[in-house]
Design a protein around this ligand. Structure first.
Ligand code: HEC
Length: 112
């Protein structure tokens, strides 16, 4: 009887955790990745972070593909955009697919 109860509790706890992870939207995921990757060392959103690299409204300026390219291949995009701010942005080549998709969705959501 006791064991059955334990199994039931485990199912509820783990089932609940999996449920909330699945419910997280790409934009929420992107916000977390933006913080975890410390993008705010060089960029600011909503007044938080480095004011030299304001990303408010970036979703109106760049397409989702362009944002994705900045994240995965910043050096190429910086050359194209003639960006001269230092230190330059590195390519974030090792992000998981859901992290990259989340970042793109988050930045795309920042419209003017
Ligand atoms: C070491 C500094 C640095 C870091 C860290 C950094 N960036 Fe950048 N980023 C730059 C610079 C410099 C540019 C060129 C444009 C500028 O001068 O702001 C840029 C440009 C961009 C652009 C295009 C902006 C525009 O106005 O066209 C996007 C989008 C962007 N970064 C996203 C990110 C994201 C997302 C992260 C974190 C994963 C990140 N950056 C981390 C320095 C950085």
């Amino acid at each position: 009887m006791r064991n059955i109860l334990r199994v039931a509790v485990a199912v509820v706890v783990f089932g609940g955790a999996a449920g909330s992870a699945a419910a997280q939207s790409p934009v929420e995921k992107g916000q977390q990745v933006f913080t975890a990757q410390k993008c705010s060392i060089c960029h600011s959103i909503a007044g938080k972070g480095n004011a030299k690299g304001v990303l408010d409204g970036i979703g109106s300026k760049l397409s989702a593909d362009e944002i994705r390219q900045w994240i995965t291949d910043a050096p190429t995009m910086a050359t194209k955009a003639k960006a001269e701010r230092k230190p330059p942005m590195k390519a974030y080549a090792s992000l998981a697919k859901d992290e990259l998709d989340g970042l793109v969705a988050y930045l795309q959501s920042l419209k003017k």
